[in-house]
Ligand binder design. Structure first.
Ligand SMILES: Cc1cc2nc3c(=O)[nH]c(=O)nc-3n(C[C@H](O)[C@H](O)[C@H](O)COP(=O)(O)OP(=O)(O)OC[C@H]3O[C@@H](n4cnc5c(N)ncnc54)[C@H](O)[C@@H]3O)c2cc1C
Length: 247
């Protein structure tokens, strides 16, 4: 494992961002650690001198504010699944897709902010957030900005994702996936959300990160599936997810 020389557990977002801004040490946010710790262990990530643990920031709350559900960045996937509002959004699509992020011990650690920051191409939870028209709240230590997830660019290491927000609406959802085994990470998958004047479908496995259907797809060509196969299957899962949502 890479040797970390520094570890911090700040108690405010301003303090956390100030640490991340330091120029004399390369510090990274540490949320659930399900990805970062593995990357440090395997040395897939080496440009890190230390971590800023986000666990003391109190960013794990899930609250409804007016017509918006606000999910704190350090809420875990299990917190979301168990929450009476978040777990039931659009017929339970966040709970359903969280199951495909990994086994329960991973879901107990992995956070919503970590999923958004990692933006893994096969994250069905990320795709569900996209289909739900989620936005990302980012802090630079002084002020917060809100960006729709479909336009969100991973911020520099001087910023912190503090929350994800979802409009609260009456919606139905559908989900379809193709994987080597039922519990494996998907090759391609789709999440559809429909309601009054709403129809959004997000796709996994067809680009560097999950995307909304309708745009240009840039699928990888690898051992799990050729670009041509992924393109063809993306259309199949899109139709299946939509058909389920429209039932
Ligand atoms: C066995 C296993 C299976 C997995 N399966 C899947 C899978 O099926 N699909 C999938 O998408 N992923 C999968 N992952 C990857 C990983 O679980 C997810 O990316 C995870 O959700 C990361 O969340 P975390 O809170 O653990 O983040 P961490 O590991 O703590 O951090 C991940 C990255 O995000 C950054 N980060 C975290 N929080 C913030 C924040 N609030 N603001 C800014 N940057 C932040 C960190 O600095 C780091 O670069 C798997 C990992 C493992 C170990």
């Amino acid at each position: 494992m890479a040797i970390l020389a520094e570890y911090y557990k700040p108690t405010s977002v301003a303090e956390a961002v100030a640490l991340l801004r330091r120029t004399d040490a390369r510090l990274r946010p540490l949320a659930g650690g399900s990805q970062l710790v593995g990357d440090l262990e395997t040395r897939a990530v080496t440009d890190v001198d230390g971590v800023v643990d986000l666990a003391g920031l109190g960013l794990n709350r899930i609250v409804q504010i007016g017509e918006t559900l606000q999910i704190g960045a350090t809420a875990t996937l299990s917190d979301v699944s168990r929450h009476p509002l978040a777990g039931e959004v659009a017929g339970g699509i966040l709970r359903r897709t969280a199951q495909y992020e990994g086994p329960v011990n991973l879901r107990n650690a992995a956070t919503v902010g970590g999923v958004v920051a990692s933006a893994e191409m096969d994250s069905e939870f990320y795709a569900a957030l996209l289909a739900l028209d989620a936005s990302v709240v980012v802090s630079d230590g002084e002020k917060e900005s809100v960006t729709p997830l479909d336009a969100f660019v991973i911020p520099s290491s001087h910023h912190l994702i503090t929350a994800v927000t979802i409009p609260v609406r009456a919606l139905r959802s559908g989900h379809a996936r193709i994987a080597r085994t039922p519990s494996d990470r998907c090759i391609v998958a789709a999440v559809a959300v429909v309601g009054d004047a709403v129809m959004r479908v997000a796709l996994c496995g067809v680009g560097q990160q999950p995307v909304l259907a309708g745009g240009r797809l840039t699928p990888p060509d690898n051992w799990k599936g050729s670009a041509e196969y992924r393109r063809a299957m993306a259309e199949i899962v899109r139709q299946r997810a939509l058909a389920e949502a429209e039932q």
